[in-house]
Ligand binder design. Structure first.
Ligand code: PMP
Length: 458
């Protein structure tokens, strides 16, 4: 791409350090500047329209033109644009949103703590786990286990929980005391002839062995996404969570369900916790909580954890954690409006109605010569790319990112994660738009196959 002097692209290159972007490449490639959106489509600065195949970052549930959210923000801005929640202060939207989330919670929950991002919600969960065990007088019970390929954010603690090398490499992470166990990707990690159930048993056995090796008295909590989306859409094998939870219970290890992507209908139930039978002690939420129109995240905690915090406050005073923008009234008002729209427009029924068509396309694309596995549930899916349906491409070739570039040429924005092309459209997507999305993805797969053949990769 030629970059004109003083264009938006040139100014971006000059001044902007991008998250999760190859900084060296960015200097010559520059950004794709998005200027507008309508429904599931977004438009770039040159007027080109794309289907947002990833709902932004797995997050813009209501697409890009839901004016009710803009109006909710404007109304709140005019009445009480900002107030914090420190030192016993509150605003009406923060109260109403906490009340609503507790009413919606998939398992009984007691209180909601607000933050601004998924990373902050997970960091808060880590701090509360430590605080809780100090309050209970067992200061040695502090280690936390998550899974390889899991994604929980990028702050110092949540980035440690994330089980992906690029979140650790050169950042001196993970922190000591944050450990990783096997990724439950059946097709990749199962032994020959091992059934899904037997593989799930082995995952639980590995977790148990890790807890025993570390000493159960030192292990405090286990973090898991119901479906590992950012790490390549890993859907848990049958009986996985049942067996994992039996181990956690045996050693008194808390379960944190990271519902940052799965929350709010993505997997075909309001929460992934319901889809996979989780019984978490804490739940983190973000992204679709506000349909991403403003940053807000939430951590829900059980009554047991809340009671320990109250008891500790009686001993040591103020609970010393909080963000200036915890429960920001404008963000909370937008989130409340998003939840109202989900309910009034029957978003869950819509997802259940269109997901079979989406997953039928995904299964069909599983037969493409370039695709070794098509995985998914509800309105999220991953297409794993392989030269011969069995072996993997050299990871340094970034073949899935190449496929995402071809998809962009065909008018779809999506991302490659390692060897997997991800699809996670806005929840409002219609059946006709699903057909269009999948036709474009199929063309991108054809292009990627031709490119890989020409390069002698398959
Ligand atoms: N948890 C999960 C499951 C996520 O997918 C993400 C973001 N992709 C995060 C946490 C971190 O959220 P944020 O980027 O808002 O910090």
């Amino acid at each position: 791409m030629t970059i004109r002097p003083n264009s938006l692209e040139a100014r971006d290159i000059a001044y902007h350090l991008h998250p999760y972007t190859n900084a060296a490449k960015h200097q010559t490639e520059g950004p794709l500047v998005l200027t507008g959106g309508e429904g599931v489509y977004v438009t770039d600065a040159s007027g080109q329209r794309y289907i947002e195949g990833l709902a932004g970052l797995f997050s813009a549930a209501l697409g890009f033109s839901e004016h009710r959210l803009a109006e909710a923000a404007y109304r709140q801005m005019k009445t009480m644009p900002f107030y914090h929640a420190f030192g016993h202060k509150a605003t009406e939207p923060g109260i109403a949103l906490a009340e609503r989330l507790i009413a919606m919670a998939p398992v009984p929950m007691s209180k909601v703590f607000f933050a601004n991002s998924g990373s902050e919600a997970n960091d808060t969960a880590v701090k509360l786990i430590w605080y809780y065990n100090n309050a209970l007088g067992r200061p040695q019970k502090k280690k936390i286990i998550s899974r390889l390929r899991g994604y929980h954010g990028v702050t110092v603690a949540s980035g440690s929980l994330t089980g992906l090398p690029y979140a650790h490499r050169d950042f001196d992470l993970p922190l000591p005391g944050i450990l990783h166990t096997l990724c439950p990707h059946y097709r990749r990690h199962a032994e020959p002839g091992e059934s899904e159930e037997a593989f799930a048993t082995r995952c639980a056995d590995e977790l148990e062995a890790l807890i025993l090796r570390e000493g159960p008295e030192t292990v405090a909590a286990f973090f898991a996404e119901p479906v590992m989306v950012s790490g390549g859409v890993v859907v848990p094998p049958k009986t996985y969570f049942e067996k994992i939870q039996a181990v956690l219970k045996k050693y008194d290890v808390l379960l944190v369900a990271d519902e940052v992507i799965c929350g709010f209908a993505r997997t075909g139930n309001m929460f992934g916790t319901e889809t996979y039978g989780l019984k978490p002690d804490m739940i983190t939420l973000a992204k679709q909580l506000s349909a991403s129109y403003l940053p807000i995240s939430a951590l829900m905690i059980s009554e047991t954890i809340y009671a320990a915090i109250v008891a500790e406050s009686e001993k040591i005073g103020t609970f010393g954690h909080g963000y200036t923008y915890s429960g920001h009234p404008v963000a909370a008002a937008v989130a409340l409006e998003a939840l109202r729209i989900y309910e009034e427009d029957g978003i869950l029924d819509h997802v259940r109605a269109v997901a079979p068509r989406f997953q039928a396309h995904v299964a069909r694309l599983g037969n493409h010569p370039l695709v070794s596995e098509a995985r998914g549930v509800g309105l999220v899916a991953g297409l794993e790319l392989s030269p011969d349906k069995t072996t993997a491409f050299d990871p340094s070739l970034l073949v899935a990112s190449q496929a995402a570039r071809f998809a962009q040429n065909h008018g779809v924005i999506t991302r490659g994660m390692n060897d997997t092309l991800s699809l996670c459209p806005p929840l409002i997507i219609s059946e006709a738009e699903i057909d269009e999305l999948m036709q474009r993805i199929e063309r991108a797969l054809d292009d990627t196959r031709d490119w890989a053949r020409n390069a002698g990769l398959m």
